[in-house]
Design a protein around this ligand. Structure first.
Ligand code: ADP
Ligand code: MG
Length: 470
């Protein structure tokens, strides 16, 4: 059969592709449309109506290959009817014929009639039968012309929904760490989380500046002679310098000299002396960090210079943990370390919903971002800060002034790598809404939300087009 509603189809595709960069979902959403029910009345087909793994079947009474699919469809419905939904869409124009037919095949699914071909147009149906496997969030996961070829993707969605959420919460790297791992094997998931936590601990021990570590020993000598450093620290310094360039120094690991003057570990604290800040600022400049990629050495060109990896290490730790879980065969999980979160796969067959807390009212979420494979980092001034004379001093330092950056309350960046979104969120926080949003828009594969100092929210264009709720 031919459908001439291509216009709908194309506009639909455009909408779906709009957000593909940030990898929120590789799968298109079903459209929202009002469709006639065979039994009378109408049915609004829309993503929110889909609550179980669903098979949408387009067919016609006069199509003999459609009729051949009916026994298997009935069997599927009989065996898994509790766990799946079937939506049948007849493209006939003769309602009586369809009614008779539906009675004959004794179909107990939602029976729709698409006599103007509009829905078929939306789905890009060019011939019948056409079948679509839709996940519980309304994304089209698979398509085909035979029931037999779609049973396996449909049942794997059913299986995903039945797997257990194995969770763990703990504190490491000075922050809350949470795991959600979807697995049918609870013990295996817990063992994997144990290995992952040991990895986070290893990274913390390597990069902390709260106690003796590789990093503190680097800081002691690198301003005197070039120092050969641990390959992971070298990698992060190299990447941090790239982010410094991108943010024109708003993200700068050499902030540490001036950062050391501030104490954000207590709610009651006082700002350092102006003169001390000025003096420390002379040791802050990422361009004075010299790295030698072949020798893996680092040299600080300014005497007394030091670095801190607090703005990038947590995202990196999450990245490493992802590798561990993937190597062990897990496909669906979410890992959070403070404001850094990465998700993979799905949560019981649905996209992960990443909630971002309102910076000034933690009982509320101001955004809900549906995500499949991606990393989200939030930097804010609401976790580590102190108040002095009615002014808020947050822990992200503007390396140009030595004082806490005050153009933003909260920045969320979405992208692929944990360490990059982590560093970018910190840098964009310093840049503030104008320059920050320009930077996000210029980076392919990144999206973001900035709340400025007055509480005004700006959302990057790609995110506006997604199903993100703000
Ligand atoms: P969190 O550590 O709460 O996840 P961020 O990822 O935004 O928050 O990192 C903030 C941390 O980064 C600070 O606690 C400090 O260790 C470090 N930092 C502060 N200012 C800067 C800056 N301008 N550039 C790089 N790192 C910074
Ligand atoms: Mg950060």
């Amino acid at each position: 059969m031919n459908i001439n509603s291509w216009r709908y189809f194309f506009s639909f595709c455009f909408f779906l592709n709009a957000f593909s960069h940030a990898e929120v979902s590789e799968y298109p959403l079903i459209p929202s449309a009002e469709v006639r029910l065979i039994g009378g009345g109408t049915f609004r087909l829309e993503p929110a109506k889909i609550t179980k793994p669903t098979l949408i079947v387009f067919w016609a009474t006069w199509c003999s290959s459609c009729l051949r699919e009916i026994p298997l469809l009935k069997k599927l419905h009989l065996e898994h009817g509790e766990k799946i939904d079937v939506i049948s869409v007849s493209i006939d124009t003769d309602l009586n014929k369809v009614r008779n037919f539906v009675e004959k095949v004794d179909a107990k699914y939602t029976n729709l009639i698409d006599d103007n071909g509009r829905l078929a147009g939306f789905f890009g149906v060019k011939q019948t039968p056409a079948l679509f496997v839709v996940d519980p969030q309304g994304h089209i996961q698979a398509r085909g012309n035979r029931v037999a070829s779609l049973i396996s993707p449909l049942l794997s969605l059913v299986k995903e929904r039945e797997s257990m959420s194995v969770t763990r919460d703990t504190v490491l790297m000075g922050t809350d760490i949470s795991f959600v791992v979807l697995s049918a094997d609870e013990k295996k998931a817990h063992n994997a989380i144990d290995v992952a936590l040991a990895e986070i601990k290893r990274i913390e021990d390597l990069m902390t500046d709260w106690r003796e570590s590789e990093l503190t020993s680097l800081n002691r000598s690198a301003a005197i002679v070039p120092v050969k450093v641990d390959p992971e620290i070298f990698f992060l310094i190299e990447e941090a310098l790239k982010v410094s360039k991108l943010t024109q120094g708003a993200f700068d690991i050499s902030y540490a000299s001036v950062g050391a003057l501030w104490d954000f570990s207590r709610r009651r604290s006082i700002p350092p002396q102006d003169a001390d800040i000025k003096q420390a600022l002379s040791r802050v400049d990422y361009r004075s960090i010299e790295i030698d990629s072949s020798k893996k050495t680092v040299f600080f060109k300014k005497p007394g210079m030091k670095i801190g990896l607090g703005g990038i290490a947590k995202g990196y730790a999450v990245d490493q943990v992802i590798k561990i879980l993937e190597r062990q065969g897990f496909k669906d999980f979410a890992i959070k370390a403070g404001g850094d979160l990465t998700v993979r796969g799905r949560n019981k067959g649905a996209l992960w919903q990443v909630a971002i807390q309102s910076p000034r009212d933690k009982s509320k979420n101001f955004a809900l971002i549906p995500l499949s494979n991606g990393a989200v980092a939030t930097s804010g001034d609401s976790e580590r800060f102190f108040m002095f004379e009615n002014k808020r001093y947050g822990h992200i330092i503007d390396p140009r002034t030595g004082y806490p950056a005050d153009k933003s309350q909260n920045v969320t960046i979405i992208g692929k790598n944990g360490y990059l979104v982590d560093a970018l969120a910190t840098g964009v926080f310093v840049l503030g809404p104008d320059e920050g949003m320009k930077l996000i828009e210029s980076l392919e594969g990144y999206e973001g939300v900035i709340i400025d100092a007055q509480g005004k929210i700006s959302v990057s264009p790609g995110l506006q087009k997604s199903r993100t709720v703000i």
